[in-house]
Design a protein around this ligand. Structure first.
Ligand code: PSU
Ligand code: MN
Length: 304
């Protein structure tokens, strides 16, 4: 584990890990630039409560004054949710944020790295990054992280602001299993299905735990992606979603937005174009994923 002056695990999380009790990591990029205030803070708390209700310990990951923190306190969550200028931290950004004593919100890749360092094997988020549409050279660092770091990531698939077929091809090449939780197809975040097949359907948390355990036992590097469709009553129709995304992509192109700013920009525009309904489903699926990740963490700890 890294030295204590740059890596801190909250006492409650440390105790759960030492006692081999279930822990679920949560990311903070979804809180800081990902969702608008004040819903971001409410959602962060909602996800933590869902994990506790299922009998696991939540560990939201972020960077506070240059210290990677696994298990943010409520005050620290509030700090990240309400501060301006919090750095979005993926693999490449850790050194910068730590050396400059900045606050940072970790992406899926960043959270996987910190979770694994702490000894946490299950992580819940909303959607992973992927291969961007149009520019197949813009590949999120989330994908190579899934290929190298052994953490199970529970998500609602990836948003169709991305090129989903290319994203799944990338994961296949890199050897990342893509599992559907009670579904045969990869969900499209706001929409129930992308129509693209997953590698296996999971019917229970125990089913997920068995696959994670078997992969671990083999010593294969890399993670497992577990995709859960958003709640059916709130999911958006695929055609409406597609229209909002096309508009957002045109808006990003004319504003000249690219690089790490592209994902947050597209998400904000889609929110406007769906009159906030994308936000409602986003919050509901985050809570649902946290709950299912906790059940998987519980199933994993029962088998040990
Ligand atoms: N997808 C979402 N909401 C998000 C993100 C992705 O629906 O907030 C965030 C996640 O933290 C993800 C990151 O890891 O964006 C990917 O950014 P990039 O494409 O720059 O790697
Ligand atoms: Mn990118």
């Amino acid at each position: 584990m890294p030295p204590a002056d740059i890596f801190h695990i909250a006492p409650e999380v440390r105790a759960a890990l030492a006692g081999k009790r279930p822990v679920v990591a949560l990311e903070s990029t979804v809180i800081a630039p990902g969702l608008p205030r004040p819903r971001n803070l409410e959602t962060a708390r909602l996800c933590e409560s869902a994990i506790r209700e299922e009998g696991a310990t939540p560990a939201t990951v972020g960077i506070i004054n240059g210290v990677i923190t696994v298990g943010l306190t409520d005050e620290q969550l509030e700090l990240l949710a309400l501060s301006e200028g919090v750095r979005k931290v993926s693999r490449r950004d850790f050194g910068i944020a730590l050396a400059r004593r900045e606050h940072g919100a970790t992406t899926v890749a960043g959270t996987m790295i910190a979770a694994h360092m702490a000894g946490i094997g299950v992580f819940a988020t909303g959607g992973i990054g992927g291969v961007h549409r149009g520019d197949a050279g813009d590949v999120s660092a989330d994908l190579p992280e899934l290929a190298r770091t052994p953490v199970a990531v529970v998500c609602a698939g990836a948003k169709s602001i991305l090129d989903l077929p290319r994203t799944l091809e990338w994961l296949e090449t890199a050897g990342v299993p893509v599992l559907g939780y009670r579904t045969e197809t990869f969900p499209a975040f706001y929409a129930l299905s992308s129509g693209l097949p997953v590698d296996a359907r999971l019917d229970s948390p125990q089913d997920a735990a068995a696959i994670i355990r078997a992969k671990r036992a083999l010593g294969l590097e890399g993670g497992v992606l577990i995709a859960v469709p958003p709640p059916a009553d709130l999911a958006l129709p695929a055609d409406e979603m597609e229209a909002a995304i096309e508009r957002a992509l045109r808006s990003a192109a004319s504003a000249g937005i690219g690089g790490k700013a592209l994902t947050p920009y597209l998400l904000a525009r889609v929110g406007e174009f769906t009159a906030g309904r994308s936000l409602t489903v986003n919050i509901a699926l985050l809570e649902q994923n946290a709950r299912i990740a906790a059940r998987i963490a519980v199933a994993l700890s029962e088998g040990e």
